[in-house]
Design a protein around this ligand. Sequence first.
Ligand code: PMP
Length: 429
Amino acid sequence: MITDNSKSLFQTASKYIPGGVNSPVRAFKSVGGDPIFIKKAKGAYMYDEDGNKYIDYIASWGPMILGHAWEPVVKAIQDKVADSTSFGAPTEMEIDLARLICESIPNVERVRMVNSGTEATMSAIRLARGYTGKDKFIKFAGCYHGHGDAFLIQAGSGAVTLGHPSSPGVTVGTAKDTLLAEYNDLESVKKVVDANKGEIAALIIEPIPGNMGCILPEPGFIEGLRQICTEEGIILIFDEVMSGFRMGFGGAQEALGVEADLVTYGKVIGAGMPVGAYAGKADIMEYVAPNGPVYQAGTLSGNPIAMVAGYTLLKHLKENPQIYTELAEKCEAIHVGLEKALKETSLPWTINRRGSMISLHFTNEPVRDFASSAKGANDYFKQFFHGMLKRGVYLPPSAYESWFLCNALTYADIEKTLEAAKETFAEMG
Ligand code: PMP
């Protein structure tokens, strides 16, 4: 595979952009080698600057659930863009998207649009603190909630990949209000709650995490969190930036049958445009400015192009729930195929899957939290990633990231992927 153009672009990019990239995980630091520069994408395929074609299992880290350049979204954007790219004033399109969400998600009565998942989680925590009058919050080791200061404490994903579990620049004062618990471990939560009685504003969690690879909540865990939060007056925040509108239209709340007090969205909600949102019941959401005292704002929030893109995609997903069944079936086919191939090797492996998220961890231990996920971030993963890439399969370049399927993926693509995996496993060691 020739990647000369990508290499040369990376050299040039590195002169002007820190590390040559605008988001760290794109730099391939944890798997080695130079990043691939993408020129265009359509459906399940991405094409790089050297003309190589890849089956894409990143889907822009989640948003492209129906595949790239899905025509109705492209057309909706084209139809709107000539009317101006931003007004900084209210538009009808914002109502359409907000109404669609409020009418579909039982515990969502108000939704505030922002520009990224990071903004959504930062705002949700501020709101929870303002609403309860308390400062501390609980997060889980290995869960990533964007790069807001208070979240960069044992965050998963890129923050771990680069070996900065917490980042310089985050003050000790900020970090002291972030309390840590272990995923799938209710006892660890109870301990933290008991040690900080009456001082905790919120508990934030990726209900179905994708930032330590895909991890599944064990029976009773999420229900137990709901109960603790209700008993202790703690605002339960589900960070559904990955799982929202992906695990099903109702996200993890619907999939797990547990309702949070606040929910954050990103990725699918904007169809690839920069959109995030936080949402919940009216009493708490109306605590935000301009009606309430908690300040939060955004020059480009509710951007008309982003809103029309998100609305077009979400409306289609809502009206076509079979898409989620199809995605889950495709994901299962990958799971079954990988399992079959791996059984013929001596490699250690564990596969976790839910809906259209899946990850392969190179460890024989069950992967159920951050510590067990870290065991799979090893040399095997790097070999696997590069073996797949050179065979035209583009996987997330980090063992701490879930794969995201898009429904444009065909069974022929899956067969090719499994063939590439078989060949790659055979050369690993
Ligand atoms: N929360 C979760 C669960 C995420 O996966 C991410 C991004 N991967 C974020 C928040 C931050 O979103 P963004 O990158 O849009 O700021």
